[in-house]
Design a protein around this ligand. Sequence first.
Ligand SMILES: [Zn+2]
Length: 156
Amino acid sequence: MKCELCGNEHNVSNFKVEPKEEYVNLCEECKKQIESGKLDENHFQCLNDSMWSEKSAVKVLTYRLLKAFGRSDLIDMMYLEPEEEAWANSEIEIKKDAYGNVLKNGDNVMVIKDLNVKGANNIKRGEVFKNIRLGDTPGHILAKNIYIKTEFIKKV
Ligand SMILES: [Zn+2]
């Protein structure tokens, strides 16, 4: 499997292009830079090629990266369907725990406060939830089908 941005074959895995359930295959390096937000423009020269991809998720991710680099010259040359453009420009909320750590799908978190949950057992401080989902509700994550405010959790 090849990285759909740079073509590297090292440690390629799926990367979700939020907020849709669509994925791009990314190498370890591309993924690390995108997830950390520390983007090296030299590495991403590959966007010159990936911008011509026919796969929507690749185009959308490429568009966002070009935007981050301020390359409106290249963005202007891209052809995106209206729904691809809307997807590329949709706001993605970065969710953080009470200490400012960025949360991702699959993280494990500990609750730092006793919480009352409507229609379910209360959650005790110190309780750990594994494999959380970010979900669609602003300011909350999804743990075992319960939405919990991000300010009440700590990544563990
Ligand atoms: Zn790559």
